[in-house]
Write a protein that binds this ligand. Structure first.
Ligand code: ATP
Length: 332
């Protein structure tokens, strides 16, 4: 279910100050569509957890407007339709994982029989059957997180908000958790994940927002955010005498000049007929997206006797995008 404008989350101008000194959120707008996995990314201290807490009214925002599941922020009946795994969630050590899930079901006023049924279903979903009847006190981080995800789903929420669900979890556990998130999405839920593990989110998120210093600096699908930087990457056989930057520039007919790339790495770069070329050691980036557009470049390089090891279409990774956004956003 969603609001009249079709959004599950539509936040406007969320601001949060902790005391006088900390300006944790500086006016955040955020839109999340139904049925998607949405990733909120940002370095430590960017304000991700604070935003989630404001959205779920765990902390009181200094200023905020907008809707969650079609109702104004803080609407109690609507909050009952949201599942939440807080960051660093800790559960009573003397309870078993199963009892934790049942306990949260009881908190959501579910009948006892339904709590038991739901707990079993969710223990299976998160793959916790082997240890569900052991006490949480003896759980590893990954086991705790899986039970944490199960408890967030017990009330059959329309929106599931998970704050760093893979925090402290090993690579196998992280892969399993990714699969659980996709299974939740398949059940028609909207999933909102906070994380700083970019490669991970890249694999599962339909849309992402990048947050830096209390502001969202980029928001969209990964494709939308990377469209301007799509290119073909040609790896040249630089060990051969025939290959040298001067020779390549001559073959392409492009004046290549030294430039400082992002992060201070020097590159040779030039432009011809609206196409930018960048040479990073033996790697030539040709800033075109269509296969036909790169063919004449391949012909010119080969005609000059330069051996090509590989040609591949590329787009920047979420990590590159993030580093760029963090650099730009960090200046403010
Ligand atoms: P992390 O990935 O490290 O959890 P985050 O992006 O979730 O970071 P927040 O935890 O929201 O960031 O913190 C944002 C800013 O607000 C930080 O500067 C933090 O120190 C500050 N902050 C968070 N909670 C409080 C609090 N209760 N009192 C004072 N300052 C706080």
């Amino acid at each position: 279910m969603s609001s009249s404008n079709g959004l599950v989350i539509d936040l406007k101008g969320v601001e949060k100050r902790y005391g006088r000194k900390v300006h944790a959120l500086k006016g955040v707008d955020l839109k999340v569509h139904p049925g998607e996995v949405f990733g909120l990314l940002g370095p430590n201290g960017a304000g991700k957890s604070t935003l989630v807490k404001c959205m779920l009214t765990v902390v009181r925002p200094t200023a905020a407007s907008g809707n969650v599941l079609g109702a104004p922020l803080g609407d109690k009946p609507t909050l009952a339709r949201v599942g939440y795994l807080p960051e660093h969630a800790r559960f009573p050590r003397h309870l078993t994982g199963r009892q934790v899930v049942e306990f949260f079901g009881a908190m959501a006023k579910m009948p006892k029989a339904l709590c038991k049924e739901k707990a079993q279903e969710l223990i299976d979903l998160v793959g916790a059957h082997d240890y569900a009847d052991r006490k949480v006190g003896g759980y590893s981080k990954g086991m705790q997180q899986r039970i944490g995800i199960a408890q967030a789903l017990v009330n059959d929420p329309d929106l599931v908000v998970l704050d760093e669900p893979t925090d402290g979890v090993d690579p196998v556990g992280r892969r399993d958790i990714r699969e659980v998130l996709l299974a939740i999405k398949e059940r028609g839920k909207t999933v909102f994940v906070n994380s700083h593990l970019l490669s991970e989110l890249e694999m599962i998120c339909d849309r992402v927002a990048i947050m830096v210093s209390g502001k969202v600096v980029q928001q969209g699908t990964i494709d939308e955010l990377t469209i301007d930087e799509k290119h073909y990457l040609m790896v040249l056989d630089w060990n051969r005498e025939t290959a040298a930057p001067g020779k390549l520039a001559e073959a392409l007919g492009v004046a290549m000049k030294p430039e400082q790339e992002r992060g201070g790495v020097p590159v040779l770069a030039g432009e011809l007929e609206g196409v930018r070329y960048e040479l990073h050691g033996p790697k030539l980036k040709v800033m075109v997206t269509d296969p036909p557009a790169v063919q004449p470049v391949i012909d010119k390089v080969r005609a000059a006797g330069i051996v090509i090891r590989s040609v591949e279409p590329k787009r920047p990774s979420l990590e590159e995008l993030f580093m760029q956004a963090a650099g730009e956003g960090g200046d403010h």
